[in-house]
Design a protein around this ligand. Structure first.
Ligand code: ADP
Ligand code: 5GP
Length: 215
């Protein structure tokens, strides 16, 4: 039986249940299962939406510009960074990735809860920026952060290889970076181990629903 979809903001078209859109940062070492978990969340809750980031990495097979990412040249990325358009940006696994502030604010103004799938450096940058923002700023008011860990490095490697999207050199680089990324886990308000997928998804859902005051 298909699971029912949930409206998290509107109980009816006029009365919002919560007036505070969330900005949820989710970070994890690559291959951990973050997309699997977050895609399911976005699918179940139509009011939760991804912020589409910019990247200089080439598209993977099946990826489309403006859907998974905005694929930019390095020159374009640098220009946008110089213009102060990014809420945060970082060099991850040899490529640049960044979140456009306008993308996030627009989605929040539309009444959506926004998921930021960003790396540990970007999350750190964002927390530092928040500290200087007005406490009433929607980004600061809605902020929460979650770190997802793999059950072990061996399992992480199995998942990266099993996914079959990256060549060996790329997988090795991602595994090399994973240990360093795990050291940042303690900076996040919530930490979830993605061992059993159902259990991890339940934990993720509970964190989000309670941030909304619904659990
Ligand atoms: P990420 O977005 O963190 O890079 P993915 O969501 O693409 O990772 O997951 C990497 C691979 O691991 C995929 O093939 C996915 O199906 C698998 N996977 C995700 N979660 C689990 C889990 N709990 N147990 C086993 N395999 C998993
Ligand atoms: P992938 O190349 O597998 O899509 O993503 C690699 C890594 O880049 C992931 O850890 C992902 O969270 C991170 N990432 C994606 N978009 C952004 C972004 O806008 N900013 C930052 N800092 N990291 C990002």
């Amino acid at each position: 039986m298909e699971e029912s979809k949930h409206e998290l903001i509107e109980t009816d078209s006029a009365q919002p249940r919560t007036s505070r859109p969330l900005l949820v940062v989710v970070s994890a070492p690559s291959g951990c299962g973050k997309s699997t978990l977050c895609d399911r969340l976005v699918d179940e809750f139509p009011k939760i939406t991804y912020s589409v980031s910019c990247t200089t990495r080439p598209p993977r097979s099946g990826e489309e510009d403006g859907v998974q990412y905005f694929f930019l040249s390095k020159k374009e990325f640098k220009e946008r960074s110089k213009n102060g358009e990014f809420l945060e940006w970082a060099k991850v696994h040899g490529n640049f990735y960044g979140t456009l502030e306008d993308t996030v604010l627009f989605a929040m103004e539309e009444g959506n809860h926004v998921l930021l799938d960003i790396d540990v450096q970007g999350a750190k940058q964002l927390r530092e920026r928040l500290a200087h923002m007005d406490p009433r700023h929607p980004i600061r008011r809605g902020f929460t952060d979650i770190f997802i860990s793999p059950p072990s490095m061996e399992e992480l490697e199995r998942r990266l290889r099993g996914r079959g999207t990256d060549e060996d050199k790329v997988i090795r680089r991602r595994l090399d970076n994973a240990a360093g990324e795990m050291a940042y886990a303690k900076e996040y308000t919530f930490q979830i181990v993605n061992d059993d997928l159902e259990k991890a998804y339940h934990e993720l859902k509970t964190v989000i629903l309670s941030a909304m005051g619904l659990a």
